[in-house]
Write a protein that binds this ligand. Structure first.
Ligand SMILES: [Zn+2]
Length: 337
């Protein structure tokens, strides 16, 4: 079966030409898992530039690497924004192997020379597999008239994940997205693969500090419109030594509690502490305030003066009755019942 694609291009001289491309869909695309019995009749990509020197995807992939999947083998499939914005997180040896790069993403990355060359290096040197989902009859389809080009690409990626998940059965497919938008992270009931934001996934590594630093530096850089100097200038406050912390906890200047990071935004979290005999959840925001704490760390916090407390919309909704008591005053803390 072949499909014909046509597009119109403008030449250097300014005339418009119609470009027709013929695409043959294949049935013999290998999934990338080296031991796959269903695919063993197909050749693994032996094109020299894409043959990883350390072999193809393995059965016990990423075991005990991440607390979200402590005893479950899984492959990572990053989306376009994750590859583009977080390539140095993905390329870090601590991030691990067994990553599937979809052809839909690979085609778009080619226009970004920096990311393209890093990704090419990863595919040839580590267990990163380029899955030709757009040449494969099972995972390719034409664009529906009601889909925008972005929706179409995203749907192709998710449909490839779904096929891979059904094909691998016991090995989880994790679609990693670079978004803190809760809607995108939610898996729909129909899909069998898992979806995580890269921040959520990375902060669940056993030792995530370096990766988190790279991740938050990228977030900062993106917020600053690509200002690279900002990335390297950020310095955390020193952690206070224990002999200074303990007396301050005793005197009530600092409060001891367990840090819970927000699973949808790694730059936010809460610490539950006892303050004046009352339990309160204190919101912690931003890299400087979080100061390298990771989920479930026992930390000591200082409560800011009331004038610096920020209001949270959900606090006022959840605690409607409290508004009267507080005269609607901004609250940094959410009092739990
Ligand atoms: Zn296979």
């Amino acid at each position: 079966m072949s499909l014909m694609f046509s597009s119109y291009r403008k030449t250097k001289k300014g005339s418009i030409v119609k470009v027709v491309r013929e695409c043959y869909l294949r049935d013999d695309i290998h999934c990338g898992r080296e031991s796959c019995t269903q695919c063993k009749k197909f050749k693994l990509d032996n094109d020299e530039q894409f043959a990883p020197s350390s072999g193809y995807l393995v059965d016990n992939a990423r075991l005990s690497l991440n607390k979200l999947y402590p005893k479950q083998a899984h492959y990572i499939v990053p989306d376009f924004n994750t590859v583009t914005n977080q390539i140095d997180v993905i390329a870090d040896p601590a991030f691990g192997n067994d990553v599937i790069i979809l052809q839909t993403i690979w085609k778009r990355i080619k226009s970004n020379i920096n990311v393209y060359s890093k990704l090419k290096e990863l595919i040839s040197s580590r267990r990163f597999y380029l899955f030709d989902n757009e040449f494969f009859r099972q995972t390719f389809r034409c664009r529906n008239p009601n889909e925008t080009i972005d929706e179409y690409r995203e749907n192709l990626c998710r449909e490839a994940c779904e096929w891979l998940q059904k094909h691998f059965t016991t090995i989880h497919i994790i679609y990693l997205i670079d978004s803190i938008d809760n809607e995108n992270v939610k898996s729909s009931d129909e899909c069998h693969f898992r979806i995580h934001s890269i921040a959520d996934y990375v902060q669940n590594f056993h030792n995530p500090i370096n990766l988190m630093d790279k991740l938050s530096a990228n977030v900062q850089q993106n917020e600053d419109g690509g200002n690279k100097t900002q990335k390297n200038d950020f310095l955390y406050d020193e952690h206070l030594p224990l002999h200074l912390v303990l007396p301050k906890i005793k005197s009530g200047q600092l409060h001891k509690g367990c840090y819970h990071s927000n699973r949808y935004n790694f730059l936010e979290g809460t610490v539950t502490v006892m303050c004046d005999g009352e339990e309160m959840n204190v919101n912690i925001e931003g890299r400087a305030n979080i100061n390298r704490a990771i989920n479930e760390d026992i930390v000591a916090i200082e409560i800011l003066p009331r004038s610096e407390w920020k209001s949270k919309i959900h606090d006022t909704i959840l605690d409607e009755e409290l508004i009267g008591d507080d005269d609607g005053e901004d609250a940094k803390n959410h009092h739990s019942n």
